[in-house]
Structures are given as structure tokens and as C-alpha cells.
Design a protein around this ligand. Structure first.
Ligand SMILES: Nc1ncnc2c1ncn2[C@@H]1O[C@H](COP(=O)(O)OP(=O)(O)O)[C@@H](O)[C@H]1O
Ligand SMILES: [Mg+2]
Length: 224
């Protein structure tokens, strides 16, 4: 009897999908994907990272890792729906999808399957201009989306640097919410890529971890 119930619950199991999308390379898709995946896993969610970028930087990070979680799959956008079905059947609770720099068909495919698409951007004007196409394609899917300012210079006295506050006001025209927390430029975040760990593992009380946690909380609240 109990076992039957358990099977039924498992059958209803939902998997949520968080995608990192940006037309520009270097915006922070891989960095944020792997850090958010580790945070979710640390909270006890069974998490799968999916690397859709042929450059495979997330997969390289994962191979440098000794921990076995989060799990990782390397595939291509056309196989994502099948991977999500398999993940759901297998009891995965969160899938974090890292993508190649693109605002084309494969980005649309991913955004349509995502519970939330996060678009990272650096705060400079050229970077901001480059996210217009990605923001538009996410809006067109009518699925939840958000823009996250990444690699921001430090502010002073608890205030954002002026480039960050200017970016925030410029981003009001993009038709997607901007995540309240800005992720700052921190060596720990870059170091994590070589290290095979995430900053929440080697500096769990540091500022980078605190910002990532705020981003993760926002993502949880905004996933469909
Ligand atoms: N907040 C940050 N602080 C420090 N370095 C960062 C930050 N975000 C990204 N980087 C660095 O910038 C480079 C590009 O980031 P990456 O996540 O690979 O971008 P993408 O996947 O969008 O191409 C990497 O070397 C990464 O370590
Ligand atoms: Mg990348």
C-alpha cells in the first residue's frame, strides 16, 4: 500500500528547469549555471547540470570535481526535451541548463522548455545592448525570465557603483525583471571554474556565496 503511494507521488514528480541564456560569450552563463546548480544541490534538491555549449566549459569544471553531485549531461539543444523527460522519470528535481552564446533557434528551444530563463550581462553599455535579442526571444516565449547583472565593479558604502545603477535603469526598457541582487566581480567565482568546486563549497560564508544565494532565492521564487 505504502509502496503504491510512493510510486504515485514519483509519477507526479515535477522537474523545474533553470536556463542561462545570452547572445554574448563571457557574460557569465557557465559561472552562474554551475554555482546555482551546486547551491540547489546543497539545499537537498537532486540537481542535474546540462551542458549544451559545444565548448563544454561546464563539463570541464565538472570533470575537475571530486564530488559526484550535481550530476551532468552533455548534449545538444534538440535533445533537451528528451533529457528533461528522462530526468523527470529518474527523480531529478532541478535541471540547470548552460548554453552556447546564441540568440537563435537553439536559444528559443531552450527558453520554451525552461521554468525560468536567466540572462546574465555585464553592466557596460556594449554588453547591455547585446542582450536585447535574447531578452526579446525570452519575452516571446511568454515563459518567466529575468536579467542578472554579473561581474559588477564594487560599490561604496553599501551603494551600487554608478555603472550598476545606470545599467539597472537602462534595463527597464527590456520588458523583463532585473534580479535585485547584482553579482560582483570576484576572484573566487573565476577560481571556482578551475578548481572543480563552487564558491559555496570553499568560501561558504563569503560575499560571493551570499550574493549567489540571493540570486538562487530569486530564481526559486520566479520559476514557473
Ligand atoms: N562574477 C564574476 N566574477 C569574476 N569572474 C567572473 C564572473 N563572472 C564570470 N567571470 C569570468 O568571466 C569569464 C567568462 O565567464 P563564463 O561564465 O565562462 O561566461 P559564458 O559562459 O557566458 O561565456 C570566465 O573566465 C569567468 O571565470
Ligand atoms: Mg559558457
Amino acid at each position: 500500500m505504502v509502496r503504491k503511494q510512493a510510486t504515485k507521488v514519483a509519477g507526479k514528480h515535477e522537474v523545474r528547469t533553470l536556463a542561462l541564456l545570452a547572445q554574448k560569450g563571457g557574460a557569465g552563463k557557465s559561472t552562474l549555471a554551475l554555482h546555482l546548480a551546486v547551491l540547489a544541490q546543497q539545499e537537498g534538491l537532486r540537481t542535474l547540470l546540462v551542458d549544451l555549449d559545444p565548448q563544454r566549459s561546464t563539463a570541464a569544471w565538472w570533470r575537475a570535481r571530486t564530488a559526484e553531485t550535481p550530476e551532468l549531461v552533455e548534449t545538444d539543444p534538440d535533445s533537451l526535451a528528451a533529457v528533461l523527460d528522462a530526468a523527470r522519470a529518474d527523480g531529478v528535481q532541478l535541471v540547470v541548463v548552460d548554453t552556447r552564446p546564441s540568440a537563435e533557434r537553439d536559444a528559443v528551444t531552450v527558453a520554451r522548455l525552461a521554468s525560468l530563463s536567466l540572462i546574465p550581462t555585464r553592466p557596460s553599455i556594449l554588453d547591455l545592448r547585446a542582450i536585447g535579442a535574447t531578452a526579446e526571444l525570452v519575452r516571446e516565449t511568454r515563459r518567466p525570465g529575468g536579467i542578472v547583472l554579473n561581474a559588477c565593479p564594487p560599490g561604496r558604502g553599501g551603494m551600487d557603483a554608478s555603472i550598476v545603477s545606470e545599467a539597472r535603469s537602462g534595463l527597464r526598457d527590456y520588458g523583463l525583471p532585473v534580479v535585485p541582487v547584482a553579482i560582483h566581480q570576484r576572484a573566487d567565482l573565476a577560481h571556482a571554474l578551475i578548481d572543480g568546486r563552487a564558491v559555496s563549497e570553499f568560501a561558504p560564508t563569503g560575499k560571493a556565496t551570499r550574493e549567489l544565494r540571493q540570486l538562487w532565492r530569486w530564481a526559486k521564487e520566479n520559476m514557473a
